[in-house]
Design a protein around this ligand. Structure first.
Ligand code: NDP
Length: 264
């Protein structure tokens, strides 16, 4: 069964690497027209070349854009519409986490984390909402973390901001049913990313392979599936929720954590 997104227009924020790029790749492979952004022009161009090498006829649009800058996001939305047409699916993926406990999190760090988790979603939602309202299959899908439900003391600010984003996603889902716009999120555990690759390069035991090293992390952290997620795994969940296949699902939070969830 296909995701039924052929010919539809999707936007992925933070599409230049990791989970975002994996979502872009699935959407393009499924025949969607896809726009994505990131802040770093070089990374963005590399991701564009990667996609065009695999899919030379892909209908895509990329632009450097910081999702925390409202004007840039509004301009990005205008450019997407001009280049690809009216948007059907918005995937809010751009962001990162912050490792710090209460003692070493300053007020400015709290503000930054709250700004990132709220406005990386609010700015794109504002910029694309009018277009989404015109789509017959409109969806907003937010990348969130299991930290929203299971806070970790070593990621105190990220955990509480993630909880706020989960709450916000739920409110948007209910408010936007009147426009026919579904709003969902995925809750991630630990997924292989550039950050993990960098840590692997500086591992103490150079004899450990990537699989052994990440497997040990997963076991030590108590992830039942005993491995980290691969970017394409959350990406598939994102594309499913964004697609018409999830037409009766809104306000949902889909767990993609390898069983790391401890709540019912
Ligand atoms: P990556 O670092 O590989 O990808 C992040 C993407 O977001 C990049 O394309 C980056 O490009 C972009 N980005 C970051 N900040 C901004 C910004 N302000 N404006 C526009 N683009 C931005 O990480 P992952 O793929 O692992 O993470 C994707 C999402 O999943 C993030 O929101 C992350 O917080 C979340 N997540 C990841 C987990 C994991 O274990 N990997 C766990 C829980 C949540 P650039 O830097 O050039 O802007």
């Amino acid at each position: 069964m296909s995701f039924q997104v052929e010919g539809k227009v999707a936007v992925v924020t933070g599409g230049s690497s990791g989970i975002g790029l994996a979502a872009v790749e699935i959407l393009v492979a499924e025949g969607a027209k896809v726009a994505w952004c990131g802040r770093d022009e070089e990374r963005l161009n590399a991701s564009k070349h990667y996609i065009l090498e695999k899919f030379p006829h892909a209908n895509i649009f990329t632009k450097a854009c910081n999702v925390l800058k409202k004007e840039e996001v509004q301009q990005f939305a205008k450019d997407v519409k001009l280049n690809l047409g009216n948007v059907d699916m918005l995937i809010n993926n751009a962001g990162q986490g912050r490792v710090s406990n209460f003692e070493n999190t300053q007020d400015e760090d709290w503000m930054k984390e709250i700004e990132l988790k709220y406005f990386s979603v609010l700015h794109p939602v504002r910029a694309f909402l009018d277009d989404l309202k015109q789509s017959a299959n409109a969806s907003i899908t937010n990348v969130n973390s299991l930290l929203a439900l299971q806070p970790e003391p070593h990621m105190i600010a990220t955990s509480s901001a993630r909880a706020a984003l989960l709450n916000l996603t739920h409110s948007l889902a209910h408010e936007f049913t009147q426009y026919g716009v579904r709003v969902n999120s995925i809750l991630l555990g630990m997924v292989e990313s550039a950050q993990w690759k960098r840590r692997y390069e500086t591992r103490s035991d150079l004899n450990l392979s990537w699989e052994e090293w990440t497997g040990n992390i997963a076991k030590n952290r108590g992830i039942p599936m005993q491995r980290l997620g691969r970017p394409e795994e959350p990406a598939r969940a994102l594309v499913f929720l964004a697609s018409p296949l999830a037409s009766y699902t809104t306000g949902a939070a889909l767990d993609v954590s390898g069983g790391f969830n401890k709540h019912l």
